[in-house]
Design a protein around this ligand. Sequence first.
Ligand SMILES: NC(=O)c1ccc[n+]([C@@H]2O[C@H](COP(=O)([O-])OP(=O)(O)OC[C@H]3O[C@@H](n4cnc5c(N)ncnc54)[C@H](OP(=O)(O)O)[C@@H]3O)[C@@H](O)[C@H]2O)c1
Length: 312
Amino acid sequence: MEKFSTPLREGGHSRDTSATKSLNIIGAGKLGRTLGRLWQERGVFDVRAVCNRSLHSGKAAVDFIGAGKACASIDAMPTADCWLIASADGQITELATALAAHLETLSAGSNAPVVFHCSGALSSEILRACHPANVASAHPVHSFADPVRSLEALAGSTVAIEGNDAAVTVLRAAFSALDCPTVTISSEQKTLYHAGSVFACNYLTALMDLSLQCFAGAGMQEEEALALLRPIVMQTARNNMDLGPGASLTGPIARGDATTVEKQLAVLTETSPLLAENYRQLGLACVELARRGPLADDAAEKLEAILNGNPQ
Ligand SMILES: NC(=O)c1ccc[n+]([C@@H]2O[C@H](COP(=O)([O-])OP(=O)(O)OC[C@H]3O[C@@H](n4cnc5c(N)ncnc54)[C@H](OP(=O)(O)O)[C@@H]3O)[C@@H](O)[C@H]2O)c1
């Protein structure tokens, strides 16, 4: 049984699709199948075909989406108004080149299609092989770790879009229909913009893991540690959203407690060089943040010296 399987919502198959734009998806993995399913259910796009690396995976994606047919290659895909390339970032150029050749064979008499990808790190420039198609990138600031969970959780997530006007107009409407606000981003700023979401989403996950490693070293089971962390992590996230990082920082660095920081760094150095190195780097970021608030300069300098390995 396909692991992402979940029953289609009522009405998923029975809509009149005559006025709906058609969509083909190349690479319907976690993101592609979630968007495909939601757009199909909302009547935004009619998913016509899916091409994954393996036909088996393509068929599973079609089952999840509840529409379309699985194709063994891009060349076997029918014409469509819109094409989403949702492979991993490293394959987008190659797939765009293959799609460009296929679009030439399909293009006689039809309007220029929209071709887009959803990478946060890459701009629509990577789709230039597909011109004269209208190209764009649309990055949902959402973690598609589990497509079933994302069906419920995606609404409210912002989508950053850039590309040519015709494609941007289509994608704004498509994401708005999923209750996702859209913002525009310039192609030059995309890499730095994406680093921003990597820090807050991916690095937060790494921080949780580092935290759990410390609790494990202190003899706690993971379940117990997660129960301990849940309220404080949620509260910290809420504080940051409501008050901003400056007013949310608590703990030894915010208090200028150099003795505690020195002791923790010593024990982490004995436990694991990786834990100690991360503690140092993040500690320095905390000192910089605390300096912008009430932390006195001499206390900040003392903390920086400890974290840089040169205690005064
Ligand atoms: N995951 C997230 O949280 C997230 C968030 C925002 C944006 N994005 C972006 O969304 C895109 C997809 O990410 P993802 O996490 O959904 O990736 P994923 O789950 O790994 O899915 C990638 C899909 O691409 C298919 N694929 C790989 N090579 C292919 C090829 N040569 N021909 C056709 N299909 C091919 C794979 O097919 P098989 O199943 O057969 O291997 C798989 O279905 C990326 O650009 C990523 O940056 C992801």
